[in-house]
Design a protein around this ligand. Structure first.
Ligand SMILES: Nc1nc2c(ncn2[C@@H]2O[C@H](COP(=O)(O)OP(=O)(O)OP(=O)(O)O)[C@@H](O)[C@H]2O)c(=O)[nH]1
Length: 441
């Protein structure tokens, strides 16, 4: 099982190599401020030539120093328990506007306001998760648990696109591990969220949205990622089958019903399965929830039924407790010490990705490759993070960069501030947008 879980890890996608691209990318960003803090200066001196090509470089903006209370540069003992104390700053967007446009709310259209509202919703959910009272035995610290006492559970979450899998994972783990978006199929790879409490570690696998044909089976022309979601379904100790109960009440999707019935048809001796009705907060008449519960009550394959709001956190505590109770005696798959940097890298990618989804509409986000190019802890304890976006076409690059670098600047500032708030240290973020090299025939 341990090997299977490892094979499923999404982190293989991460690259920390420092390959530089020969393409000259002109610097388009006209920064509103060039005064650098001492930390920024440290970053600049430590930067290589790539920093000068960056379309966004946080060193170009004067940002207030991050909260120095946790010793800057001190290793994060367990990133996830540290992240549970994160306070999300809801004013990040306003500050980004100020830094980019020089005045409050300048350049903010109606669409931005809607986006801001959505962003706030996500922020509130994260905040709620972050403010959960600490575990009684949190002081114990995961690495102090002896191997023979460790308990583990691998959990897959399956559901139609937009059912809320990423949001539930985020809330359960208490950190931003998966991009949450109003667009469908935002989960482009399986993202691991790890929750370690006391002796128990739960690994969540957020499977990509499954597209189903009208028989409840995958379409014949399934993409590789959908196929991989199907093959991975049986590998988890426990499977959460999730659906949007509000949508089901208003506009039942026969494919989703077939998926639920298929996965709940019979007891699987090797895997516990539960049915999760998500987005209960959107259901006005709560009696309707009972109707839905009744509709699926005769499915022996599901051991339990849960009604939750992954976004608002409702019912998530009970669900997590249930999962904790299902853990089996098996040593943890993730060593807290070695996970630290990997989780932070994943988070850095996800935060930037989410900001990109916030600002770039149309299909563009889905055709752009996004890579972590460099990750360095600097002498002063701050982090230098370089990420590249690789667009297939110049026109797509231009949309992402925006007029005078305004789009990538906004994405960069918001992401930078959020990463500083999550990692509790200064982060020097560099974003570069380039066009994919044409293959020579
Ligand atoms: N009101 C409400 N909205 C939710 C809830 N859970 C998720 N959402 C919203 O539903 C949308 C989709 O949520 P995601 O978590 O990205 O869904 P997903 O299943 O991971 O999506 P894919 O990656 O496309 O498969 C987002 O706009 C979320 O904010 C919930 O409990 N209540």
């Amino acid at each position: 099982m341990r090997r299977i879980v490892r094979a499923l890890r999404p982190l293989q996608k991460l690259t920390s190599h420092t390959t530089q691209f020969p393409l000259p990318v002109h610097r388009l960003l006209s920064a509103s401020s060039s005064s650098s803090s001492s930390a920024s200066a440290a970053a600049s001196s430590d930067s290589d030539s790539a920093a000068h090509d960056a379309d966004f470089n946080s060193a170009d903006f004067s940002l207030p120093p991050s909260d120095p209370s946790p010793a800057s540069g001190a290793p994060v003992r367990n990133p996830l328990s540290a992240l549970c104390k994160v306070r999300f700053e809801p004013c990040l967007r306003a500050r980004a506007d100020e830094a980019l446009f020089g005045e409050k709310n300048a350049g903010m259209g109606v669409e931005d306001a809607v986006e801001e509202e959505r962003s706030r919703e996500v922020a509130l959910a994260l905040l709620e998760a972050a403010l959960e009272p600490p575990d009684e035995n949190e002081e114990e610290g995961p690495e102090e648990v002896r191997k023979e006492d460790q308990m583990s559970l691998s959990v897959g979450i399956v559901g139609a696109p937009n059912a809320g899998k990423s949001s539930l994972t985020n809330t359960a783990v208490g950190s931003k591990v998966a991009a949450v978006s109003r667009k469908t199929n935002t989960t482009t790879h399986e993202i691991l969220g790890v929750l370690t409490k006391g002796k128990t570690q739960i690994c969540f696998f957020d499977t990509p949205g499954l597209m189903l044909g009208h028989h409840g089976f995958p379409h014949r022309d399934v993409t590789v990622r959908v196929e991989s979601a199907w093959t991975s379904v049986n590998l988890y100790d426990l499977l959460i089958v999730m659906f949007d109960v509000n949508r089901h009440l208003k506009m039942p999707d026969s494919r989703v019903i077939k998926l639920i019935k298929r996965l709940g048809a019979e007891v699987n001796p090797n895997q516990k399965r539960i049915l999760c009705m998500n987005k209960v907060d959107l259901v006005e008449d709560k009696k309707d929830l009972l109707k839905v519960a009744k509709e699926f009550e005769d499915l022996p394959g599901f051991e339990r039924y849960f009604m939750v709001s992954g976004l608002k956190g409702k019912g998530v505590k009970d669900l997590v407790q249930y999962l904790m109770d299902q853990a089996v005696r098996r040593s943890w798959d993730e060593e807290p010490a070695t996970m630290t940097e990997e989780v932070m890298k994943t988070i850095s990618l996800e935060v930037v990705r989410e900001k990109m989804l916030d600002h770039i509409h149309q299909e563009i986000p889905y055709v752009i490759e996004h890579r972590l190019m460099d990750w360095k802890e600097l002498k002063d304890g701050s982090l230098r993070v370089e990420q590249h976006f690789i667009a297939p076409k110049q026109s797509q690059r231009q949309i992402l960069v925006g007029k005078n670098g305004s789009k990538i600047g906004r994405i960069g500032i918001e992401a930078n501030e959020e990463l500083r708030s999550i990692f509790k240290r200064d982060v020097h973020l560099m974003l570069q947008v380039r066009v994919a090299k044409k293959r020579s025939s």
